[in-house]
Design a binder for this molecule. Structure first.
Ligand SMILES: CC(C)(COP(=O)(O)OP(=O)(O)OC[C@H]1O[C@@H](n2cnc3c(N)ncnc32)[C@H](O)[C@@H]1OP(=O)(O)O)[C@@H](O)C(=O)NCCC(=O)NCCS
Ligand SMILES: [Zn+2]
Length: 320
């Protein structure tokens, strides 16, 4: 029986950046996201006693040493690589830089990032459009959705690129290419921050992209097509999802979707997706249940949203 599965995730370690912001894995996540063990391993290796030249020259001394040999044990119960249960990041315990980068990443994953008044002012009436206001969430809080071109510059561009770095680390995904950003819009879900500062927090993000084609997902229910078993060449698997390889015209792709962990299951992803479907193409309301929207490489949670929001009619496309 076919099953959907989450995208195989690589081990995550805190990537480094000169700006002090956690960086996503490079375009080849298999080689980039792993933090080398050299420091600690090398230190441990160098601490191991090696026979000094003097020891081999003086036989009596060597014999005396051999008598006092003791069995050494590796201490394996205290791993130096720690996996944070809150953000899933792996980092080196005790390495100051790693610990600091993890702290920043972890706070962003859980609570989101600040959307300041300066950022709002810079784009208000120009690049930023408020596409939805006063959205009531499941927990009673109220938020709003803004949108702007994903290749925007200035303060807003910097904020988006920091946000996308965090999202890419969480998804073990490569950075979005410049051409992709040029054909994409960012949708951000903002809620007021607690306290007197009157800033907002970005608690959810969807990047919608103009695409040409995508593939239908093969239905999992028993009445659906059975291409996988009968003619395996007629199916392709993308991130554990089986698709019909025929490329069908599809106007919008969702390349990134993320909601900070403390705000999940409140309807934020659904609200962002609705906003993107309704406003991505001016004057054209796209319908996920008419196969007009595709996701790229959905995760396990992404799959659940796909099923719920798109009723099984969301397509899959492959990013450039
Ligand atoms: C996937 C993700 C964006 C969903 O965000 P969200 O705001 O929690 O989603 P919503 O509250 O809008 O959920 C909409 C529906 O999707 C389904 N769903 C979402 N998350 C689910 C989960 N963890 N388990 C089961 N169903 C889930 C439910 O049917 C839900 O409706 P309900 O809460 O009324 O039952 C969020 O879990 C996330 O950021 N995960 C980590 C990053 C990721 O995997 N991104 C997806 C890339 S494709
Ligand atoms: Zn963490």
């Amino acid at each position: 029986m076919r099953t959907y599965s989450s995208r195989p995730r690589k081990s995550q370690t805190t990537p480094r950046s000169s700006s002090g912001i956690p960086e996503p894995p490079s375009s080849d996540p298999s080689t980039s996201a792993k933090r080398p063990l050299e420091d600690s391993e090398a230190n441990r290796t160098s601490k191991r006693a090696r026979p000094s030249p003097g020891t081999t020259k003086s036989k009596p001394a060597a014999k005396r040493k051999q008598k006092s040999l003791t069995q050494l044990h590796f201490c394996v119960d205290q791993p130096i690589i720690r996996r944070c249960p809150l953000c899933d990041l792996r980092y080196t315990k005790g390495a100051t830089e790693d610990v600091a980068l993890h702290k920043v990443h972890c706070a962003r994953v859980q609570k989101g990032m600040e959307w300041s008044k300066e950022e709002e002012r810079e784009g208000y009436g120009t690049s930023i459009t408020e596409v939805r206001s006063r959205i009531k969430l499941g927990n009673g809080r109220t938020g709003r959705i803004i949108s702007f071109p994903a290749d925007v510059g200035g303060k807003i561009g910097c904020k988006l690129s920091s946000l996308l770095q965090t999202v890419n680390v969480c998804l073990s995904a490569p950075p979005l290419s410049k051409p992709t950003l040029q054909t994409s819009k960012a949708y951000l879900f903002l809620i007021p921050q607690d306290g007197p500062a009157k800033s907002e927090s970005i608690v959810g993000c969807v990047i919608a992209q103009r695409i040409e084609t995508a593939m239908d997902v093969i239905s999992l229910d028993s009445s659906g097509p059975r291409e996988t078993e009968e003619s395996p060449k007629r199916t392709v698997e993308v991130a554990g999802v089986f698709c019909n390889p025929q490329q069908l015209p599809t106007p919008m792709g969702i390349s990134r979707m993320f909601v900070s962990s403390k705000h999940r299951r409140q309807g934020i992803a659904r609200a962002l997706l609705n906003a993107a479907a309704e406003t991505f193409i001016l004057g054209c309301h796209l319908d996920p249940r008419q196969s007009q929207i595709a996701f790229s490489q959905p995760t396990g949670d992404g799959n659940k949203v796909m099923q719920d929001w798109g009723g099984g009619r969301i397509r899959i496309y492959e990013e450039d």
